[in-house]
Design a protein. Sequence first.
Length: 309
Amino acid sequence: MKKITVLIGIGLALLLNSFAFGFTVDTKIDTFKTDLEHIQVGDRIYFDVSILHNEEIGVHYVQQKPSEIFVIISYSTDIKQINDGSKTDFRFMSAFFDTGLQTIPQQEFILTSLEDTVSVYSDSLQVLVHSILPADSVALKDIKPPVSLYLDFWDIALPLLIIAVIIFVIIIITRRKKGLALIPEKKKKIIPAHVIALKKIELLKLQDYIIKGDIKYYYVEISWIGREYLENRYHKPFLEMTGYEIRHVLKDLNVEKRMETNAILQESDRVKFAKYIPPIQDAEKILDELVEVIHATKKKEIEEEKDAD
């Protein structure tokens, strides 16, 4: 009886907020870009959240921390004026890294008016994710490359212009409240990519994932550290690339130790996506191999001093 009373109370609160702010939330998967019948691990899943609201209300997306099996890769915002208010569309690109019936979690949005703010949530959506490999296979195929999007000039320019204006206004307001100048006097020194990566490796060692038996998450962390290091070091979007794309970019850049780098990332992907369980000695060795790659490819001191200047 108490649970029913609580649920009724929550429902009434949401209903009152809806009347007070004048909003509706619609959530759906973009079936034109997403093949729901043949979704595999790592495939892009596109879904849209549309919020109808009063013209004076602002809508902001609360970005969530990626989980082990689900990640929001990117999103865009489009605001349109309609007869009786405004419509804010959020277009999300996401991916799952596990098989079976999966649930796209609710996404949180903040509605802001002159009097109050309220959190609203999209509906959760279920999709069936298939494995990219046969059940008895340990070989890994490359993840499908991103689907090409054909956008005209205003599809790109208008959202970017709106976002830029919002960011500029927020920066001005924030800095004025803190009594700071609109233009910072001097930029902070950028931490080198290898320093960031080596610190994260030391923290990873302290977690004792191998001793705990959490091999999969151990390799997920190794893959993330390696890709993040490459992205910070060579200023390319390695975190969003497939294994096939990474191999070609490393080859084009003529990166030292690229064969060793590809081997580390491919081994990590085998554990993450193909449910492959490596021997303990291989799991301990791969972290040392990543450290060797980082030391061999890090920027030299002369380059770091130029960047600092």
